[in-house]
Design a protein around this ligand. Structure first.
Ligand SMILES: Nc1ncnc2c1ncn2[C@@H]1O[C@H](COP(=O)(O)OP(=O)(O)O)[C@@H](O)[C@H]1O
Ligand SMILES: [Mg+2]
Length: 476
């Protein structure tokens, strides 16, 4: 075959793209998943829409490549959030359909898409492409065998789609990057909670066991095997770094504009290292610190385990390499003794022991009247001693009072950012609460984030003070 005939054939049969469709491992698991409601959560430009097209065409033809599907004819719907986005999908869909399988009444135009948003197949299957808004209402009474939602929907649209497929036991599948529209409600559903936003809506009144089967992947050559490593790196570099959590890692949440710990970046997160691995120096010891903010309400007492190593190789001030290893927030009604046990368990879950801890630092609150108004730091110092089998008056380490002079908040934030900027402060991927705080805390003084932020400030400030290594002048 000459090149010219090859090109002619390709022009005559632009369905080559479907014949060649080769998904990544997570796309494939998504296609093979028999759950009624599925979610493919992936980065930008990573084959989500291609996967949705493949799934749509397979279902219309009644030939699932990775699972058995309902026999045709079937009725489906593709939900897009704007006409512009829908045109991109319609073009991809057109390329994915073997032309011999189309009903002859189907008309496609490159500029306008499918006439009436309708795609008919010769086997009697049909799909309607709808844009959220008017189109949806016009078709609201249909029952459907499948619905594909591309990119995050609103809770009402999602509920409407679910209710359209109840009678037919139809499937709903979503392909999306979690950005551009609030997705907290969807995350709740994936985590098995019914969000307020859905309460009382059609398919959800009295619903208890709604589950979404989720398939998540990040931008990499492993997940998107049609890309080379260089192409992956190029795609990542094209995304502004504040959008990377969502657009590259397909995480549920990105970074809040105006957050205080602005030098925290994806590189600040370490994954897959055990606590004593990955330190720059073999010779210097790794020291452990417990840090706390003692709040009164549930989830407001926050404890964190940090490790650090002092690197004195350079000239001038030493570099203090710090890593947040573990965290604990108290449950409703936990008292100081329960907190002490929980902190001990957290330390031990990391393969470490309380007697490895060098010192502690905590907010300077006093315990309630029932404890004679004693300082919580002293109380916890005693609890830890007892848990280690020592007399309460002879602890192996103390929980010191955090430094809280005037200007200490801003000063602490600067120290923390300085550390982050040099990658001298990192957070283990296990510490989801701390990571959330670094991404979102904008300085508000109520809510649970501030307690975690305070804990981080106290810890970093106290470690630098202990090692006499602050590069930022203290106020006053
Ligand atoms: N399975 C695949 N095989 C080959 N190329 C693919 C595949 N999936 C996606 N691509 C390529 O990546 C591009 C972006 O895919 P798309 O599905 O539009 O991404 P997303 O919807 O995730 O933003 C496509 O136009 C195509 O060139
Ligand atoms: Mg897409």
């Amino acid at each position: 075959m000459t090149l010219l005939t090859a090109v002619r054939r390709l022009r005559a049969n632009p369905t080559m793209s479907l014949a060649r469709y080769a998904p990544g491992p997570v796309h494939r698991a998504f296609h093979a998943d028999p759950s009624r409601i599925r979610l493919l959560r992936g980065p930008n430009q990573s084959g989500k829409t291609e996967a949705g097209c493949k799934e749509t065409v397979d279902r219309c033809l009644g030939r699932g490549a990775w699972q058995d599907v309902k026999a045709p004819p079937v009725r489906g719907r593709v939900v897009c959030h704007s006409f512009k986005q829908s045109l991109v999908i319609q073009r991809k869909l057109w390329l994915s359909i073997p032309k011999g399988e189309l009903d002859r009444r189907t008309v496609f135009d490159k500029v306008l898409g499918f006439r009436h948003g309708w795609v008919g197949f010769s086997n009697g299957s049909e799909v309607r492409i709808v844009t959220v808004g008017q189109d949806m209402l016009a078709h609201a009474s249909e029952t459907l065998d499948f619905i594909w939602i591309d990119e995050p929907p609103s809770p009402d649209i999602y509920a409407e789609c679910v209710s359209r497929t109840i009678q037919t036991r139809g499937v709903v599948f979503l392909t999306l990057t979690p950005i551009g529209r609030p997705v907290g409600w969807l995350r709740d559903l994936v985590d098995g909670r019914l969000p307020d936003e859905l309460e009382g809506l059609d398919a959800f009144s009295g619903e208890v066991a709604h589950t979404i089967s989720e398939h998540h992947y990040t931008m990499s050559a492993e997940h998107c095997p049609w890309m080379s490593e260089a192409q992956v790196q190029e795609a990542i570099a094209a995304v502004p770094y504040y959008d990377r959590p969502q657009r590259v890692l397909a995480e549920w949440e990105g970074l809040t504009v105006g957050r205080c710990f602005s030098a925290f970046t994806p590189e600040s997160i370490v994954e897959g290292l055990s606590p004593m691995e990955g330190w720059p120096l073999d010779s210097a010891p790794v020291r452990l610190v417990l840090a706390a903010d003692h709040g009164e309400k549930a989830a407001h007492s926050f404890w964190m385990l940090l490790a650090y190593q002092v690197d004195r190789r350079g000239r001038g001030l030493p570099r203090i390499r710090m890593r947040v290893l573990g965290e604990y927030a108290n449950a409703a009604g936990a008292d100081d003794l329960e907190d002490a046990h929980a902190v001990r368990d957290m330390v031990e879950s990391l393969g470490l022991r309380l007697d490895h801890v060098d010192f502690g630092v905590g907010d300077i609150n006093t315990a309630g009247k029932s404890k004679g108004g004693r300082k919580l730091n002293d109380l916890m110092t005693e609890h830890f001693a007892v848990l280690m089998g020592l007399p309460p008056g002879a602890p192996s380490f103390r929980v010191r009072g955090a430094w809280k002079g005037s200007g200490s908040v801003d000063y602490g934030i600067r120290l923390v950012n300085n550390q982050f900027r040099r990658l001298d402060l990192q957070v283990d991927a296990r510490c989801g609460m701390m990571i959330e705080t670094c991404r979102h805390w904008t300085g508000e003084s109520s809510g649970k984030l501030v307690h975690r932020a305070d804990t981080l400030r106290y810890a970093v400030t106290e470690i630098l003070r202990e090692e006499d290594a602050s590069t930022v002048l203290a106020p006053g």
